[in-house]
Structures are given as structure tokens and as C-alpha cells.
Ligand binder design. Structure first.
Ligand code: SF4
Length: 319
């Protein structure tokens, strides 16, 4: 069917303007994550196979790119982000190679469940930006959250991520989804943080289930827990960002102090000292912060003797 493979470009917090590529029919996945925003997995699979002919993927994406260009829209990344797991597509590497001729950088957002497979790693090496999922270091918790295909083992996947990270020359991102009461405790966060330190990603995203999840028991972690996760990871990796409900915002400084503070504090909990420094350069003064806290737009959180300000995480409503 035409028209379902390429979508966008859409603004993406991680990738600027991203044109999405849906290279797997909905919803075939190796996981059935309790927090999945596209519902329970219809077809569980951990076996690679062809789905669409690579030529079809290429022509539909090329058509979308041409359409976007004719409308004056720029595209920063072509992103494999299907409603399923993109590495299940055995032609992924060939598709990336064909799409290279369009002269746009390529990204793959993967759950990493098949990354122990050398062929999967070879395919991912061809992308400029790869995100891998690291939700838990504990087998039982991983099973509870990600609900993997019965043939998968966490230790094998973690080993595959280590192998991939060691040899990959592009931008490596990780994403960890935190669920209240499941993997947002100190010990779980420390374990994830230590693993991340070992693979040294360029950026680690801390996510929260801001969209309606597959299972109703899934709950958002508290802002305190999100802040704690940020601090624990921040001590171990180059860059940490929160993905907690403000995907579409622009993070360019606008000159409007209030807006700029909210934009920054939705991604990075700001230390009070840094915030005071920021305000010194602007006209508003500390009263802006007091007002934002009063309106509950900004949260004041104490952690390990420091005070941080974080934008209140926002759960999206069902449209
Ligand atoms: S890996 Fe992604 S697509 Fe698959 S179930 Fe989990 S969140 Fe959904």
C-alpha cells in the first residue's frame, strides 16, 4: 500500500525536523512494552525477514522528500521509527544504503533486542544516529516492562549493545523509560547509570510515559524521581536529557526569559545557582521563578543538598 511508509517531516526534540520511515507493518515487534503508545503488540517476532521491497521504501521516501522540498520544508534526518521494531526488517541495511543518495542523515530508533545479531549491528553501523533502549538491567524487571519475545535474553542484548557501542562511529543515543514503582528506585537507576557509563553514549534520554500506555497500571514517575534519574545519569554520561512531555518545543533562546527558563527546565533540571546566573543576564529577576513555582509550572526539588527547578512533566491527553 502506498503512502504509509514515509510520514512528516515532523519536529522531533532529538532529531530536529525528521521524516519518519515506517519499514514494518503495524504492529510487529519483538517487545510488547507495557508503556507502548501504539498498544499491545499484535504479532510478536524476533526473527528478521523482508517486509517491503527496498525499492518501494526508497521511492516513497524520495517522493516525500521532494514534496517537502517543494514546500520549502527542511529535513534534518530520515528516521526509521515504525510502530514496531525496525531491525526486524532484514533489508534495513540495504534501505539505508539506497537512501544515502538523498543526501540526508539517517537515524534508527531501535529497542536493541536483536543487537546481539551481527547482521543487525552491521545494518545499524550504516546509520548516522542510533538510539537503543535500556529500560532495566534486571531480567525480571525487563520482562515486566518490555515483555520480550520468549526467545530473548537480557544479558545477550546488553552484551550486543556493548559490542555495538565499542565499534559504532555515529551518534549513539540511549533511551530509558521510567515507570513509577517499577524501575525508578535508586538501585535500578544506579544500575542503568553504570551500564550507560560503560558504553559511553553521546546522549542519554530519560523518558516518562507521557502518552496513553498499552497497560493502565503504567504510571508516571514523580518529578523527584525524574530529577534523581537525571542526576545519577549525569554523573556518568556526557549528556542527559529528559523526554517528559515537551517534545514539540523549540529550545532556541527566544529572549523571553520566562519561556526560555521553561524550555530549558523541561529537559535539564536547573540548579538554583545556574538559574540565578541565567537571571542575572536578564531583566526579570528572581520574581519570575517565584511566580512560575506559584503557578505550579516549575517545581522546586531538593536532591542531595542542592535545589533544582524542573518543569512539571506533562501527560498528553487522548485526542
Ligand atoms: S519496542 Fe517500541 S514499538 Fe515495540 S512494544 Fe516497545 S515501545 Fe512499542
Amino acid at each position: 500500500m502506498r503512502g504509509l511508509i514515509a510520514f512528516g517531516p515532523v519536529p522531533s526534540r532529538r532529531l530536529g525536523r525528521s521524516l519518519g520511515i515506517n519499514n514494518i507493518p503495524a504492529k510487529i515487534c519483538s517487545y510488547s512494552c507495557a508503556y507502548c503508545q501504539v498498544g499491545r503488540t499484535v504479532q510478536m517476532s524476533a526473527e528478521r525477514r523482508p517486509y517491503y521491497p527496498p525499492q518501494q521504501i526508497f521511492s516513497e521516501v524520495a517522493e516525500k522528500v521532494a514534496m517537502a522540498k517543494s514546500q520549502g520544508l527542511s529535513i534534518d534526518y530520515l528516521t526509521f521509527v515504525p510502530d514496531g521494531e525496525p531491525t526486524l526488517d532484514i533489508n534495513l541495511g540495504e534501505e539505508i544504503e539506497r537512501l544515502r543518495s538523498l543526501g540526508i542523515k539517517m537515524a534508527v530508533i531501535s529497542n536493541a533486542s536483536l543487537i546481539w545479531n551481527e547482521g543487525v549491528r552491521e545494518d545499524l553501523f550504516k546509520a548516522d544516529w542510533v538510539s537503543v533502549k535500556v529500560d532495566s538491567l534486571q531480567e525480571s524487571t525487563w520482562r515486566r516492562i518490555d515483555r520480550p519475545h520468549s526467545s530473548l535474553r537480557l544479558e545477550t542484548i546488553l552484551e550486543g549493545i556493548r559490542d555495538f557501542a565499542r565499534d559504532y562511529e555515529g551518534v549513539l543515543a540511549t533511551e530509558s523509560m521510567l515507570l513509577a514503582g517499577i524501575n525508578d528506585d535508586q538501585a535500578s537507576l544506579q544500575a542503568i547509570g553504570e551500564f550507560l557509563e560503560g558504553i559511553d553514549p553521546d546522549v542519554s534520554y530519560v523518558s516518562a510515559p507521557i502518552r496513553p500506555p498499552a497497560e493502565s497500571w503504567v504510571q508516571m514517575p514523580s518529578p523527584e524521581r525524574l530529577c534523581q534519574a537525571y542526576q545519577i545519569f549525569d554523573q556518568r554520561v556526557k549528556r542527559v536529557e529528559l523526554l517528559a512531555g515537551y517534545e514539540g518545543d523549540s529550545f532556541d533562546l527566544t529572549g523571553d526569559t520566562r519561556e526560555d527558563i521553561l524550555a530549558i527546565a523541561s529537559v535539564h533540571p536547573m540548579r538554583e545557582a545556574a538559574l540565578r546566573g541565567f537571571l542575572d543576564k536578564s531583566a526579570g529577576g528572581w520574581a519570575i521563578i517565584e511566580d512560575l513555582v506559584e503557578r505550579k509550572e516549575l517545581l522546586r526539588i531538593e536532591y542531595q543538598g542542592n535545589v533544582f527547578y524542573l518543569r512539571r512533566p506533562k501527560r498528553e491527553r487522548i485526542k
